[in-house]
Design a protein. Structure first.
Length: 245
């Protein structure tokens, strides 16, 4: 696939666990500022913040970011970036990285590589890392993935998969919430209705699998980057940033 790609970051203020999350401060820099810097450091030809918040829009634009205002009724980040891609009239064949607005420490190698992995057979690519000893595989907030021998996703779950039923299994894989797909694939995915599996697990990628889309899950040798969903995550991010900035 082409190495030309666009990043769209969904960013909303109405997070129940961490309100106004994009404006949270992490060692002197806001979360949205760190995401903008990350996107600008990648190989993307352009990047955009997709939001429904005037406050986030104003802050992002003050930092030099391109901003697209979107509906406040979207249920997922994917639906938000699909609307943004339409509004900025992106070509249907352009690869788009869905970079979550709460992942300021996503490694650049992952961002830059995922667009290269898109194929007709697997029109969606994403990433995983191995569970480390200090991660709790039983934590439902740590999403697990099982792949085939060709690295195509078989299932994603908040439960522990595969089940270590007959031996002491150690090779659990943590899914990272970043995706690459063409604009055409994105628009198709955004029109699909939520499925039973998706609703049960609260994982939108199960909608893709349930509708027959192959997802290539590439593994990377990184520690899992800190995603920021809760006040505890924010404290962990602050500690990490103080050591690494």
């Amino acid at each position: 696939m082409t190495d030309r790609f666009v990043i769209i970051v969904p960013a909303r203020a109405a997070s129940t666990r961490l309100p106004n999350k994009p404006l949270a401060m992490i060692n002197g820099k806001s979360l949205i500022s760190r995401i903008i810097d990350l996107a600008n450091s990648s190989n993307a030809m352009s990047s955009y913040i997709a939001t429904d918040s005037i406050e986030i829009k104003d802050r992002a634009e003050s930092l030099g970011a391109n901003v697209v205002m979107t509906s406040d009724e979207h249920l997922s980040g994917m639906d938000r970036i699909a609307e943004a891609a339409k509004k900025i009239d992106l070509p249907m064949n352009i690869p788009i990285i869905n970079l979550q607005g709460d992942e300021p420490f996503m490694p650049l190698q992952i961002i830059n590589k995922l667009p290269l992995l898109i194929t007709k057979e697997a029109p969606i690519s994403t990433a995983c890392v191995s569970f480390s000893e200090n991660m709790d595989v039983n934590n439902p907030n740590e999403v697990k993935v099982v792949r085939s021998n060709s690295k195509k996703a078989i299932y994603f779950s908040r439960s522990v998969i595969p089940n270590s039923f007959t031996f002491d299994y150690k090779n659990y894989l943590k899914h990272l919430g970043i995706y690459a797909y063409s604009n055409e694939t994105l628009q198709t995915l955004s029109k699909l209705q939520p499925t039973t599996n998706e609703k049960a697990e609260r994982l939108e990628q199960l909608r893709f699998l349930d509708n027959g889309f192959n997802i290539l899950v590439e593994d990377f040798e990184y520690d899992a980057p800190i995603g920021i969903d809760t006040p505890e995550d924010l404290e962990a991010a602050i500690t990490f940033a103080k050591k690494n900035d």
